[in-house]
Design a protein around this ligand. Sequence first.
Ligand code: CP
Length: 331
Amino acid sequence: MTNATTRPASDYPPGGDAFRHRHLTGIAQLTPWEISYILDAAEQWVELNRSGAAKHDDRLAGLTIINAFFENSTRTLLSFEIAGKRLGADVVNMHAAQSSVKKGETLIDTAMTLNAMRADAIVIRHSASGAVQLIADKVDCPVLNAGDGRHEHPTQALLDALTIRRRLGKVEGLTIAICGDVLHSRVARSNILALTLLGNEVRVIAPATLTPPAMERMHVATFTDMDEGLKDADVVMMLRLQNERMDGAYLPSAREYHALYGLTPQRLEKAKPDAIVMHPGPMNRGVEIDSSIADDPARSTITEQVEMGVAVRMACLDILTRRQRGVPGWN
Ligand code: CP
């Protein structure tokens, strides 16, 4: 599929100059055109996944990908596994709950163990911000960040950008409202970075207790009032309350939170009539979003985001392993 912001391949530098990074640790390391490069590469996988032909592409055959997840996941873990397998790789999942982490092994020792097994790529999710960079500095293969603490979740932001681009025909010049527990959200942080880099106006709507400091330095306007912040938005991105990262009382109750910040059909009317509603999942229905919106295919992109996740992760695994696969121009 082509659309308004798909660039012709000739616009990118040739070969490995199009994406010079060894790892994907965060959106903060990327330029706007590197983001577009990944999104454009993902488009082919969307179409092939839909046609069922992707499983016949074995460009990663002979490679071993380790998914090392130190935190729970449904979407990210499964989509990285499906992405690797669709490209012919051997994919091994390491769940921290069943690993020697439970016996007191340090993160660095676990990383060195994975490295000694000669993985060709390691995908990591960890509760500590910076843990992925720590591992990337120690191992010999590309490392992909599947979410580290409150820091970054780059593939989520990429799949969100692809979803917006496909739904609205562009991912630039839009007004995008990110609503909810922004303080604890790596998804919000990666999306703010990606969407501002791509030339959108990003707003954050959250209670003062869940608004990160220094948002203006990230070129983001902050609102504590939903009706005000949603005004004329093209995209409404809802976030769940990350209770597992809260170390105190940030809110009176889930019920009061819903009354002030839950996305209801009445509130959504403040956004543009054709505004789309996004949620990275997992969602808490009746808290941050009403089911009538989440399940409305005309407004909600939630299942499409999951679908784009597989395509974006296929693109990332392909691009990041090109050097070790000896793809011409990628030395
Ligand atoms: N969006 C997201 O990261 O979901 P999971 O926690 O299920 O991977």
